[in-house]
Write a protein that binds this ligand. Sequence first.
Ligand code: ADP
Length: 745
Amino acid sequence: MESPADIRAADTSEAAVGEGDRGGAAGRRIVQVLFPLPLPEAFDYAEPEGMGLAVGDMVAAPLGPRTLRGVVTGFSDAGRGGRALKAVSARLDDPPLPANTLAFVLWAARYAVDASGQPLAIALRGLNAPRPRPERRLVAQGPAPPRLTASRRRVLAAAAQPIARADLARAAGVSDGVIRALLEQGALAAVAAPAEAPFAAPDPARPGAILDPSQAAAATALSAMAAARGFGVALLDGVTGSGKTEVYLEAAAAALGARADAQVLVLLPEIALTEAVIDRFAARFGAAPAQWHSGVSPPRRRETWEAVATGRARIVVGARSALFLPFTALALIVVDEEHDGSYKQEDGFIYQARDLAVARGKIEGCAVILASATPSLETLWNAKAGRYRWVRLNDRHGAASMPAIELIDLRAHPPEAGQWLAPPLVTAMAETLARGEQTLLFLNRRGYAPVVLCRACGERLKAPDSDSWLVEHRYTGRLVCHLTGFSMAKPERCPQCGAKDSLVSIGPGVERVEEEARLKFPDARLAVFSSDTVTDAAAARAMIEAMARGEFDIMVATQGAAKGHNFPLLTLVGVVDGDLGLKGGDLRAAERTYQLLTQVSGRAGRRERPGRALIQTWAADHPVMRAIAAGDRDGFLAVELEERRAVGLPPFGRLAAVILSGPDAGALDAFAQAVAAAAPAAQGVSVFGPADAPLGLVRGLRRKRLLARAERSVDLRAYLVAWRARVKPPNRIRMVIDVDPYSFL
Ligand code: ADP
């Protein structure tokens, strides 16, 4: 977790106010201050005379040896039996945290059975950076100086237009000294760079797309919900390419048009998707929305935080943590691709952003739209039960039709030895290429090979401090642990038995599939889209745009390319290993496989050209595979819901995991047994475990987990609180509660 920056003396000009105050709080108010730290509750401070604090105010207050930023969460009048209280040091000049944001933070902590300071840290993250400084650029000016060396001439040429100092040195290939000399001589001048885009007001009255009748009906329903003040949730359920984005743009327009101060938040699961959605909002409303994700620079984040808190930023498009921004008049939250697993935050403060979006909507009294072509089981369940309004788009927009999905049964059509593309897929690729159309080969595995094995002794190479296999990456020649990032050069000898040249690569990753495609189609233009080749949002955008312009014939991609993009020339999708998701063995394995394969298949044939999706599988008889091939979502759902009902799993029951980790196996075992023994007996709750977590060793820490399953009528939160109160983790053992776990790692 990021720790909040210490408040420096310069920020606390009133720091002296409280000094003589200790113990003298009688008659004054006591202020509760919550810090963005993993602390269970707010601390009491004396309010210095005249400070006039209010709930939500940002203050600096002493905590141990440091002075830290905190938020006022309440007051009490009663003196605490003469107990000496330290005083608040200063009120900070940041905008206060709006009451609803604070209420949401406190609610989120209760829901996650975690310390309130944890979600507060996320809510205040934008304040950890300094405000952006006005940037300066250099530009050539006046007559050329007398001693015009070749390097000086290059500098002046490169500075014909204003340019940042570091960029100038790079462009001219000179040291900074040359630039300094020219500045001193007056041949270069410093000018202010244009500031980053302001938060321009969107214009909801600009005309949108002309909607087809089913889109118009959906837009009318959702717009009414977004314009009315009040809580409501809708599932926008439409196949890929049916125009869900167009429809929620109209709902956003209605929300913005209904109130001059209304704000709209759009959550997306991937940064790679943000750029395209930002462009569509910018085109629709004539002003670019604010962005909030890890690719935004810290100073810009601070600016954005303040713009949201003061109501200047009206539309925010961002990742899950944008849900914690200090909105003042939130009117609509859209959760796009609501089924996506990356809405679940797995470390630090553990939460499911889609579920919290509904909670925030309730607190704000605003509309929430959950959009997906493959809604999560939980959401569909709520829609079926009538708790969510269910808005459907059944057809693709315009002439586009849904792709034909076919299974390739690998038992009948195996690939050649050491290869991964089955003959029917290769034939389809050749035909697609001949028509000048594009193929997307999907494989949700980075690198070259997922496992490296020693032929001599059978050893599978693992990271030294984790239980996960090392993945071979040929582009970099390294073996990488995808869990911890550990990497090493591929050794010549087996680290176990010392045999030389005995290491073989087992199974395919995207790099290996690209190699095979290159051999089979030497003239095709190929690209690999994975987090190794696409390291940031700009690179993702560049590759996606190149694909959309038809600059590649074959793209080999992991799941980043499975979502949301429109590729007009893409008519064939080949899923290399359709069974991959089914092997996870966790409760959502079937659902995830269904969603991912449907999403990937949906990439094909988004425009006038009909598309085809071929899924390679060893399990063509599996119900998930059969349902996908038949396009039978309702059939899949019925089977899956029935299975979950039978065993009391979500949405029919609730789950929570208790995860224990520590360096010492013996101590961890003993504590895990103690935790199991301490589980309160309660009707309707079963506790399982302790078991080794499937990845029992990560970064040198051993991991054990227990699972509590409760009937829906049980207050699982209260149960967990009571349970946790009965045990105290010994030194160096960490205990984390994961409510509604997704990952079973
Ligand atoms: P989804 O979000 O359901 O995948 P999109 O909103 O991205 O669908 O629409 C798919 C494509 O069809 C996009 O290129 C979009 O611009 C286009 N489209 C959808 N509806 C319309 C419409 N009513 N008028 C013009 N283009 C549309």
